[in-house]
Design a protein around this ligand. Structure first.
Ligand SMILES: [Zn+2]
Length: 218
């Protein structure tokens, strides 16, 4: 099973990818994680091309595609992959189609998490992070310290309304063409509107499961 998750920063893509990865016994392929792994290893052949991230620049499509293609060779992806943060452009989507076609596979499902502005603001503005283990909490949980590390939780510096809105607009601009790409592809396209901030990750997970059933994917 190969599933692509689309959604703006704060949409909960990573959490849902983890769940789907267990449901389908497929690896969770996060390009953010793969790129961080490379940044921690100066001997990696792609290190010189990836380290532009440190200067705040974007890694080229070509390099990201290579990172994904290498990643897919890992054993955890033998049954499929749940893509989180990839593809971001139609060129990347076309490259992914080619990589999968070479294995006789294709993107089976695209799940587009359409989270409203209000829900994103509620989630991100109330977000607290453990500086040690990086686990994310929400202020509604009423925690002052990380239950695992006992370290005081902090707010992320870039989580303010202006930057959140800016990231959302950028995301929408960039993603429209990718949404068109997948709507015109053979993949099952599931768009899930999330407009209620009280919905938990578990609620969203149930809705995804229902929709996958409707499409006879599970
Ligand atoms: Zn912690």
């Amino acid at each position: 099973m190969y599933i692509v998750l689309l959604g703006p920063p704060g949409s909960g893509k990573g959490t849902q990818a983890e769940v789907l990865s267990r449901v389908f016994d497929a690896g969770h392929l996060s390009t953010g994680d793969l790129l961080r792994d490379i940044l921690e290893n100066q001997d990696h052949p792609l290190y010189p091309k990836v380290q532009v991230i440190k200067e705040g620049r974007l890694v080229s499509d070509e390099v990201v595609n290579q990172v994904v293609e290498d990643g897919l060779k890992r054993p955890e992806f033998r049954n499929g992959a749940i893509f989180d943060g990839y593809p971001r452009t139609p060129a990347q989507a076309a490259a992914l189609d080619r990589m999968l076609a070479a294995r006789g596979k294709k993107v089976d499902v695209v799940i587009d998490l359409d989270v409203t502005k209000d829900v994103l603001l509620y989630r991100l503005l109330g977000r607290l992070v453990c500086p040690r283990c990086k686990r994310i909490f929400h202020e509604r949980q009423g925690l002052a310290e990380c239950p695992d590390c006992g370290v005081e939780l902090v707010r992320r510096g870039d989580d303010n309304e202006e930057t959140i809105m800016q990231r959302l607009e950028e995301y929408k601009d960039k993603t429209a063409v990718l949404q068109d790409y997948y709507r015109n592809s053979p993949a099952v396209y599931i768009r899930l509107r999330i407009s209620d901030a009280s919905k938990t990750a578990g609620d969203v997970q149930e809705e995804i499961t229902d929709r996958l059933r409707q499409h006879n994917v599970i």
